[in-house]
Design a binder for this molecule. Sequence first.
Ligand SMILES: [Zn+2]
Ligand SMILES: [Zn+2]
Length: 174
Amino acid sequence: MPENVQQDNCCSPDGGEEGFTHEKRLGWHEYFMSVAHLISRRATCTRGHVGAVLVRDNNILSTGYNGAPSGLPHCNETTCKIYRSTHPDGTVEENCVNTIHAEINAIAQAAKHGVSIKDADIYITASPCIHCLKVLINVGIKTIYYDKPYKIDHIAELLRLSGVKLVQIHVEMP
Ligand SMILES: [Zn+2]
Ligand SMILES: [Zn+2]
């Protein structure tokens, strides 16, 4: 059997002509956002599932998803504990008191394992809340890639003042 036929067989699910070898190769942005979506499937807060990936030089430094602190009951095992707060513009928002957000967990994992995240970018399946954005600014994140907008009006002023870029990368997940 010729060598090229063996390669086709190894890379296509059915050994046929329409296998993976003919699919369009993922770009870097789609690649990291797809990883973030996959990570979001580990999330445990029933109010929403978010995944985050810290990246520098096309290399994954750390990942996180939203959920309760390690060893404590997760929302999907008990219930979400909701608190309400009023934003300065008068809008009332609800959050879950159990939950650490995905981007903060990615930063915590990096700190725990001694991984430098200076000058990294972050891919998050939802745009950051204002509290997480403040931490991302102090980490030195230059660009935040997000898929779905989340309370995005609340962070407009902070983005403008900080110079952090917010870029939407939408990927269709199977
Ligand atoms: Zn929750
Ligand atoms: Zn947040």
